[in-house]
Design a protein around this ligand. Structure first.
Ligand code: UDP
Length: 455
């Protein structure tokens, strides 16, 4: 009887927005009439502060063939943290619950694949127990992926700490990086985080394949290498850009869209550091002055931290002085709507890969402000590899000075460099759209992935 049942794909996502958002887009794609799968997303309950209660509302706009199962959090305190270690441990702690969930799904339906994000890869053991093909969803680019796929080898071959390596350049990379551009886990080889990252890399190598939220035309040389038809390689499928396609009417946007409606076309710099990013007080003040000195229009989303709002740290009178040209909001916004608005002309971003993909698909060039994880790699790729962004230089003491910020903002919004970056980003937008179309590389790769599992 099972053979006649609709195939079900199970997605296991750690609760960070950067994983959950693209994985729900993957669910939407699988549920579309063309693929006609039933989907279960398994994740942990989201913990959200009251100002950000809209965070998870996109889950309720998923099609009816997508169910979302929230695993018990078991008083798991690490759930409030988005540090790689904590997310990793939290996923590990969930394995018994995942096993139960999978058992009951399998008794009711035909589970054809388990896809987890790259921090939940210990789930490979559960997939194997049930004889279900196991795939890793890698929510970022091929460059970061190829580093992970090579890190075990590098670990064997060298003893030098990554930050002490002069440059790191792997085959197919369009730009070299420094060890300091790697995420926190790679800054100290004696750390627990490093050990966990090596473990994660090892688990990834056991998967039946990897689905990356990048597309061939964005990283062509590396795509060629990673996607070679070579049985000794782990199959890599580029299926991006997966970005939010449906807007969420329920989200209260604090008047952002109405405000944008009143700004000149392409005039507004959108400033946001993703779902978790915050700046030091000193840096926040410099950024405020930088925006003011640039005399450009801006829409700035400020997160609160430790329950208190960053807006209290802003220079005195900042909001009032800039009210003609600038809006500061503290709530969760629908970023995709803001980036897609005609008035938005630039994005100062922490370079989370979802933000990058959304910016590219909205044709908006960027100023890079990487904060954590693989974001410094993303910034190098965008600035030096692809040419769709600028990076204001960090001065001694690790702070970006107000004059540097003002100059970068002016250049992006008004300068020659900004024009070039905008032209390039529009080309990529077209290429990204084409990759998803029926003749495109990502469409074909997704079909190839699908034909690799028994439906
Ligand atoms: N996002 C949003 N509203 C906000 C902040 C973030 O909709 O106020 C979305 C953003 O559009 C993106 C995701 O949250 O899809 C953040 O993912 P990203 O990879 O950019 O960064 P992360 O938060 O994982 O660091």
């Amino acid at each position: 009887a099972h053979e006649t049942m609709q195939p079900r794909v199970v997605l296991f996502a750690s609760p960070g927005m950067g994983h959950l958002i693209p994985m729900s887009e993957l669910a939407r794609l699988l549920a579309s009439p063309r693929h006609n799968c039933a989907i279960t997303i398994i994740t942990k309950a989201l913990t959200v502060s009251s100002s950000e209660k809209d965070k998870g509302s996109f889950l309720s706009s998923l099609p009816s063939s997508v169910t979302v199962d929230f695993l018990p959090t078991n008083h798991d305190h690490s759930i409030n943290s988005f540090k790689v270690n904590d997310v990793f441990l939290s996923a590990l702690n969930s394995l018994p619950d995942l096993r139960e969930a999978l058992r009951s799904l399998q008794s009711l339906s035909r589970v054809v694949a388990l896809i987890t994000d790259f921090l939940s890869v210990d789930a490979v053991a559960v997939a194997r127990e049930f004889g279900v093909p196991f795939f890793v969803f890698f929510p970022t680019n091929l460059m970061a992926l190829s580093f992970l796929l090579n890190v075990t080898r590098i670990d064997h071959e060298t003893t030098t700490e990554f930050p002490d390596m002069p440059v790191i350049q792997l085959p197919g990379w369009c730009v070299a990086i420094h060890g300091t551009d790697l995420g926190e886990s790679f800054q100290d080889r004696k750390s627990e985080a490093y050990r966990m990252s090596l473990h994660m890399a090892k688990q990834i190598s056991k998967a039946d394949g990897i689905l990356s939220n990048s597309f061939c035309e964005l990283e062509p040389a590396l795509a060629n290498i990673l996607k070679e038809d070579d049985p000794s390689h782990l199959p890599v499928y580029t299926i991006g850009p997966l970005v939010r396609s449906i807007s969420d009417q329920q989200v209260n946007m604090s008047g952002c869209l109405e405000w944008l409606d009143h700004q000149p076309s392409g005039s507004v710099l959108f400033v946001s550091f993703g779902s978790e990013g915050t700046l030091s007080s000193e840096q926040l003040v410099e950024l405020a002055w930088g925006l003011e000195l640039s005399r450009q229009h801006f829409l700035w989303v400020i997160r609160s931290r430790n329950g208190s709002s960053d807006t209290t740290i802003l220079p005195e009178g900042f909001i009032e002085r800039n009210k003609e040209v600038g809006l500061v909001v503290q709530s969760w916004v629908q970023q995709i709507e803001i980036l897609g608005h005609i008035s938005t002309g630039g994005f100062l971003t922490h370079c989370g890969w979802n933000s990058v993909m959304e910016s590219i698909m909205s044709g908006v060039p960027m100023i890079t402000w990487p904060l954590y994880a693989e974001q410094r790699i993303n910034a190098k790729l965008l600035v030096n590899g692809i040419g769709v962004a600028f990076r204001p230089e960090v001065q001694d003491g690790g702070v970006v000075h107000r004059d540097t910020i003002a100059a970068a903002v002016k250049e992006l919004m008004q300068g020659e460099g900004g024009r070039d970056a905008r032209k390039k980003v529009l080309e990529l937008k077209t290429a990204g759209g084409k990759a998803l179309s029926e003749v495109g590389s990502s469409f074909k790769d997704f079909a190839k992935w699908k034909s690799s599992i028994v439906m």
